[in-house]
Design a protein around this ligand. Sequence first.
Ligand SMILES: NC(=O)C1=CN([C@@H]2O[C@H](COP(=O)(O)OP(=O)(O)OC[C@H]3O[C@@H](n4cnc5c(N)ncnc54)[C@H](OP(=O)(O)O)[C@@H]3O)[C@@H](O)[C@H]2O)[C@H](O)CC1
Ligand SMILES: [K+]
Length: 503
Amino acid sequence: MKILTAAQTRAADAFTIAQEPISSLDLMERASWALVQWLKQRYSAAVPVFVFCGPGNNGGDGLAAARLLHQDGYDVQVFLIETGQSASADFTQNLQRLPSAIAVNRLQRLEDLPPGLPPQALVLDGLFGSGLSRPLEGLYAQVVTYLNQQPATILSIDIPSGLFADAPTPSGSAVIQADVTLTFERPKLAFLMPHSGGYAGEWHVLPIGLHEDFLNQVESPYQVLLPEAFQTILRPRSKFSHKGTFGHALLVGGSYGKMGAITMSAHAALRAGVGLLTVQVPQSGYSILQTTVPEAMVLTDDHERHLSQFPEDLTKYQCLGIGPGFGQAEDTRLALESLFRQKLPPLVLDADALNLLAADRLLRQQLPPDSILTPHPKEFERLTGPASDDFHRLQLLQNFCSEHACYVILKGAHSCIGTPSGEFYFNTTGNPGMATGGSGDVLTGILTGLRAQGYSPLEACQLGVYLHGLAGDLAAEAVGEDSLIASDLYNYLGAAFLQIRHS
Ligand SMILES: NC(=O)C1=CN([C@@H]2O[C@H](COP(=O)(O)OP(=O)(O)OC[C@H]3O[C@@H](n4cnc5c(N)ncnc54)[C@H](OP(=O)(O)O)[C@@H]3O)[C@@H](O)[C@H]2O)[C@H](O)CC1
Ligand SMILES: [K+]
């Protein structure tokens, strides 16, 4: 699903108004109706609702929602922030449509605000949406600070007020800290970024019927991954297939004290459906691997405690995954250097393989095209240099992927896949329980297993991050986020496959 910028959203709005056709007022009514339907399913009419409105159409949505909620028996009060700014036409119409039974409080100074809102109250934040053009100041900023201090639940309409949808919000700006954001038609880029995503709280997308023709034609480099995408990507396992059909993967990693990492990758590659798996580890890993992952074949390095070589014949493998527990010993670095001079199967690189790459510009330049790299933000910045904000980091991601013709999965709450052609795909599965040691090793194993089965690098990245997060979500339902550990991820991978195969 494409993500639109604020300007594209305005264009989608205008296109829909002209082509459906529908009046802008009716489109606002449709948006507010969708919002109220959602809200009615979660909050009873016993919950008092305080609607805060700015001068634009976001405020207009707030007013329309206030009217609809009042009709449904909710106790609603409206607060209009009056700074002398002229209001939008649809705001004015919706203000005129408000029944007189709804109290309208006009705020001109901070002192006009009630001393406090009841904890059980619901605040509808309709101060600003996609029309925000500068950080909030004066009374608007004061109202935001006041609302953020209230014990009430805050539900933001479309976007938390004060947050820019598709540009960095300057630090220290007044921004609503929403508990819930109900956003129209498409998620906003800011919700997917580490520094701004937290403001939106739990967010939900409400379709409001923006015109399909526009949504199909509009070009956007940003997409979110939804399960529908996988109906075409995920391949059936045919009746006459055999283990050779599903590829032979090689995982290389492990060092003394870090043999668990490569063990978890191995489990994950197998659960991702690879036909055959070989794992190369230092000698001290031999019994560990043979005992804990009996499905895998094991090769050992000459070294006891760290890796110093790769298998000579790499032609029989359809994918080579390197990094989990790899370490950064000098021998290991030299082995990686000589590896890059050979003809290689598709690569997946993680952890210390990335750190070795970061420390060696020449090595980076030899990175084979179509490789998949899976850094977390710190590892990523070691590769590219520091990012000044989340949007700059996306720019660095794009530059790196096009310069090296590779795919980078930037890991985070919404892991982002960067591609050589400049498209970005944000993941929508996963939870904070997955912030646990070994989680990344499992992702490396999944990607290696998928790539070996013949999935393209982009397909493997999309399927891999989505399945990894979904396995985490299913595991969290069973054991909770607190107790989730990395082995739960590969143990729930089968359930995750089943869910997307049958969705
Ligand atoms: N397209 C859709 O999907 C639909 C969106 N709807 C809702 O409409 C808003 C967007 O409405 P818009 O009127 O464009 O924008 P805002 O309500 O966010 O506010 C715009 C006005 O606010 C002024 N402004 C901007 N920044 C500030 C600021 N920091 N301080 C004070 N005033 C500010 C701006 O004036 P300018 O000075 O920038 O010219 C505007 O006057 C969207 O988010 C949805 O909630 C529809 O209801 C349904 C379809
Ligand atoms: K808002």
